[in-house]
Design a protein around this ligand. Structure first.
Ligand code: SF4
Length: 98
């Protein structure tokens, strides 16, 4: 991905227990997806407090999930992703194995 290219948008997030979630949108400026088998959102934080930016258009800043078809050089190339709750954490629903 070239420097300055638009980053993928987090189109929706159903992890409403997360401190960055507001009305099913992620309000973190950018998130990181981790490298375990479930493509976990590493930005997820279960807490009563709420934080993040007003826009609700979080981007995927980095993704360690090299096994995903959308991943190039540990960056996501999808136009947008969706995130959902998985147990006590959150995962990238757009993940697709190579
Ligand atoms: S779609 Fe694939 S490359 Fe993009 S954030 Fe999700 S797991 Fe990472």
């Amino acid at each position: 991905m070239p420097v300055g290219a638009a980053l993928p948008i987090v189109q929706s997030c159903e992890a409403t227990a997360c401190a960055y979630n507001g009305e099913h949108h992620c309000h973190a400026a950018a998130i990181t997806i981790g490298d375990s088998g479930t493509a976990p959102c590493e930005t997820f934080m279960s807490a009563d407090l709420r934080g993040g930016v007003d826009s609700g258009d979080a981007q995927v800043g980095a993704c360690k999930q090299a096994a995903c078809v959308h991943n190039e050089n540990l960056e996501c190339t999808a136009e947008e992703i969706s995130v959902d709750t998985s147990g006590a954490s959150a995962v990238c629903l757009t993940y697709a194995p190579r």
